[in-house]
Design a protein around this ligand. Structure first.
Ligand SMILES: Cc1ncc(COP(=O)(O)O)c(C=O)c1O
Length: 376
């Protein structure tokens, strides 16, 4: 089976984890601090706070921004469900924004329209607390245009950069364009710590709050234990961080390979009845996933396309989720087909193809041949 992703785990990764395990000190410690320093250097953000996963990063990020019951948070409609779940878990309400049909990222014009409507009424203007764009599949959203809309309304931007470590938009590093940026180190990402996440920020006070929130509310700068707010336990372990550090040394190499393979897919798929990923000028896509759009007429057949690809020895999957149309959000807020027309279409037609650093030419050809056969 040609798998969707195979993490690049090598001897130095194994040795780094083993070395920590042998010390017997396994929870958050010096390896986490070292990993954070490396992540800060890599992204150019002065503060990096490692946590247990990106869902925790997003959740703590909203708590640190003061998002609470009754608040409103603008968020893209098309993402992994945790992007919206964390808003709801803060007691706030997601204000879903439709996507751009070619990049699959939050549409800045739709954001401006939606936020403008809410800001027109004093009551909802007061409740609006943040904007969350997602850098879908490893390509950054238009953080310039989104940042302008957010600034106009005095809203902080928290980037869901789960899939986008190393991606850039007009020279801006993913995660550093807004107030907070959240990353995932899940094994489907370019570099992994098993489960893992991090938040980067330029804001020292927010970083301090995040460090307290991830560790039971303990003041990270006090001489002895002192609990200054209610917190959670969202710490990363030291052996995960050791793995993270060796993985980060490979990020450029892995990303370059993924970009080369993505270009090769573009070429192999020329003339096939699918739409290959669009990359606007000024964007450096890191291809956490290589996602094509099936022809509109084939969308209803997607479950059988996935099954037949598997029978041909190729693992594929949908793109990601149309969050307002999942059972919980649809029932809670009464959304219907047509409310987010571009997310409707992209959700129905997206198909993720396998992509990993050491994918061979033969494997890529097998994937493309299988897809062409299935669609013929
Ligand atoms: C866009 C996005 N946000 C958040 C997450 C959650 O990340 P984690 O699995 O590290 O909690 C993911 C995971 O795939 C994701 O793709």
């Amino acid at each position: 089976m040609i798998r969707l992703n195979i993490p690049s785990i090598e001897q130095d990764d194994l040795e780094a984890v083993r070395a920590v395990l042998e010390t017997g000190f396994l929870v958050q410690g010096p390896r986490v601090a070292a990993f954070e320093a490396e992540l800060a250097r890599l992204t150019g953000a002065p503060h990096a706070v490692a946590v247990s996963n990106c869902t925790a990063a997003l959740h703590l990020g909203l708590l640190a921004l003061g998002v609470g019951p009754g608040d409103l948070v603008a968020v893209t409609a098309f993402s992994w469900i945790s992007t919206a779940n964390v808003i709801e878990l803060c007691g706030a309400q997601p204000v879903f924004v439709d996507i751009d049909a070619s990049t699959f990222n939050m549409c800045p014009e739709s954001l401006a329209e939606r936020v403008g409507q809410l800001a027109a009424c004093a009551e909802t203007r007061r409740k609006l607390k943040a904007v969350i764009p997602v850098h879908t599949f490893g390509q950054m959203a238009d953080v310039d245009a989104i940042g302008r809309v957010a600034a106009e309304h005095g809203l902080p931007v928290m980037e869901d950069a789960a899939c986008a470590l190393g991606a850039t938009w007009n020279g801006k590093q993913a995660g550093t364009a807004g107030t907070l940026g959240c990353f995932s180190f899940h094994p489907r990402k370019a570099v992994t710590t098993g489960e893992g996440g991090a938040i980067v920020t330029h804001d020292a006070a927010l970083a301090r709050t995040l460090r307290a929130l991830r560790n039971h509310g303990m003041d990270p700068e006090a001489g002895g234990p002192d609990f200054v707010m209610p917190g959670l336990n969202c710490r990363m372990t030291d052996f995960q961080a050791a793995l993270g550090s060796t993985q980060l040394t490979k990020l450029t190499r892995i990303t370059s390979a993924r970009q080369r393979l993505a270009k090769r897919y573009d070429m192999l798929l020329a003339g096939a009845p699918v739409t290959t990923p669009a990359v606007p000028e000024g964007s450096a896509h890191v291809y956490q996933s290589y996602v094509v759009l099936l022809p509109e007429a084939a969308a209803p057949e997607r479950p059988s396309i996935l099954r037949r690809m598997r029978e041909a020895g190729v693992e594929t999957t949908i793109g990601t989720w149309h969050m307002p149309m999942t059972t919980y959000f649809k029932a809670r807020y009464g959304y219907a087909a047509g409310d987010f027309p571009r997310a409707d279409a992209v959700f129905a037609r997206a198909l993720t193809l396998p992509l990993y650093e050491h994918m061979t030419d033969d494997e890529q050809q097998t994937v493309v041949r299988a897809l062409r056969d299935v669609l013929a």
